[in-house]
Design a protein around this ligand. Structure first.
Ligand SMILES: Cc1cc2nc3c(=O)[nH]c(=O)nc-3n(C[C@H](O)[C@H](O)[C@H](O)COP(=O)(O)OP(=O)(O)OC[C@H]3O[C@@H](n4cnc5c(N)ncnc54)[C@H](O)[C@@H]3O)c2cc1C
Length: 291
């Protein structure tokens, strides 16, 4: 087994082009679990496999705030520990809330947003937030760059649009002007994989309300019917919503989910959890309405 440790993006891309089947390694918090559980195999001493470790590629570990475009561009290697702290916490608060729920401090120091997206687990905490914020992902290979909505990148359970020879270079997240938040239900309060999760993001100037759900379908679900309902019912001058409308918003969100029964939860509980989370998130976004 060969391990390449590039120190620039060009070097990483050259290594990937020369080793088409190479496995990328960022923080290793998903990959090493897969190896330990026998889902990925790297027989020793030498099966010809190549690992490309990305942690020393500075371009991937940095982020920028493009003020005129009102976007934050996150390198794929930006860690959850960076995202949960200011200044990113103030620019993309829902992503910071999701970051705070990922594993433990040790996992958040190693685990990256790009690794979360590339794994594309139905329970990945970053994914509903990126979908709700209408983030784009930029993929890079020796052949060039392509950018697509995160929602189109996620194809199914641990399936993405990433092609051999490509890596995730960055994720571009719009900075909205309105309340946004993330909720997660699990079997305990910390170090827990989501049983169901939801992100609500609002943009007051454009009168936009988005909701995306995690862990209740093979991949993230957006809820256009619930979104449209909320846009029409919210009082945009007072920034309030009536309690009954918030309940209906929750019902519509739950109706858009496609949960299954599994070892973590029943489908029925997941649907109930989505309804409660969506209702509460909308009421946090638009407080002060009649309850
Ligand atoms: C104890 C524990 C608790 C956890 N808790 C949570 C949790 O609460 N919520 C949650 O969402 N996740 C959780 N995870 C999973 C994991 O920490 C996250 O998904 C993390 O963001 C993965 O990032 P990473 O950098 O470690 O990825 P890695 O493990 O390095 O890589 C994951 C996958 O992404 C690929 N990859 C990495 N970087 C790139 C890139 N730039 N381009 C293309 N492909 C790439 C790798 O080849 C691999 O297939 C937990 C893991 C552990 C071990």
């Amino acid at each position: 087994m060969t391990v390449l440790v590039p120190t620039s993006l060009d070097e990483a891309i050259a290594g990937l082009a020369a080793n088409g089947g190479a496995t990328l390694l960022a923080g290793g918090t998903d990959l090493m679990v897969e190896v330990n559980e026998g889902h990925r195999h790297f027989p020793w001493p030498d099966d010809g496999a190549t690992i490309i470790a990305l942690h020393r590629v500075p371009e991937l570990a940095t982020w920028t705030y493009d003020v005129p475009a009102a976007t934050v561009v996150l390198g794929a290697g930006v860690t959850w520990a960076t995202i949960e702290q200011p200044p990113l916490r103030d620019l993309v608060p829902a992503l910071a809330e999701a970051a705070r729920t990922v594993g433990s401090p040790q996992i958040r120091n190693a685990g990256t947003v790009g690794g979360n997206l590339a794994t594309c687990s139905p329970a990945g905490d970053g994914l509903p937030v990126l979908a709700a914020l209408d983030a784009d992902v930029t993929l890079l290979s020796a052949g060039g760059r392509r950018t697509m909505p995160v929602r189109d990148f996620m194809l199914g359970v641990k399936r993405t649009a990433l092609q051999p020879g490509e890596l995730i270079e960055s994720i571009t997240v719009p900075v909205l002007q309105g309340w946004q938040g993330y909720s997660k239900v699990g079997v305990r309060n910390a170090m827990v994989i989501a049983t169901a999760s939801a992100c609500v993001a609002t943009d007051v100037p454009s009168r936009s309300i988005r909701i995306a759900l995690g862990s209740v379908a093979p991949t993230v679900v957006r809820c256009p019917v619930a979104e449209q309902f909320a846009v029409e019912r919210v009082d945009w001058d007072a920034l309030t919503v009536d309690a009954g409308d918030a309940v209906e918003f929750g019902r519509l969100a739950a109706a858009a989910s496609r949960p299954i029964d599994d070892h973590r939860s029943s489908a029925e509980y997941r649907r109930h959890a989505v309804a409660v989370m969506a209702q509460r998130l909308l009421q946090r976004a638009f407080p002060g309405g009649e309850r």
